[in-house]
Design a protein around this ligand. Sequence first.
Ligand SMILES: [Zn+2]
Ligand SMILES: [Zn+2]
Length: 140
Amino acid sequence: MKSANDILKQLREQGSRMTKTRNFIVAVFQNNNLPLAELEIRERLAKQGIKVNKTTVYRELEHLKSKNIIKDVDFGDGKKRYELNGDDHHHHLICTNCKKVEEVHVEDDVSHIEQKINQRKNFKIINHSLEFFGLCRNCK
Ligand SMILES: [Zn+2]
Ligand SMILES: [Zn+2]
């Protein structure tokens, strides 16, 4: 995972102004390794006594996204979620019953599938996003 300093450095190098709100939002992502929705981010900020409205949070999220600090995560439920765009490549396991989310790292990942796609479709894959849906330990 990228350190807070690395992220701030990356932002500065890209000419991003580090406002107080921006700093706090980056910290929220740093202190949480699972994808967060806008409301969850606002709740975490509120716990620290920081009041920010929805529009501001969305604007900050768009900004951090444009600087490649965070990325979208789609669990197919219509809710927008975000997580740090780190070097740490992983997927998510989402329990369809209790909605628990877990990170999973897969050894050789899906490079063989990417190779096949590359050959069949002449499409150069740069990245992929893959989430697994099912029942967790407690729910199955
Ligand atoms: Zn469950
Ligand atoms: Zn992968």
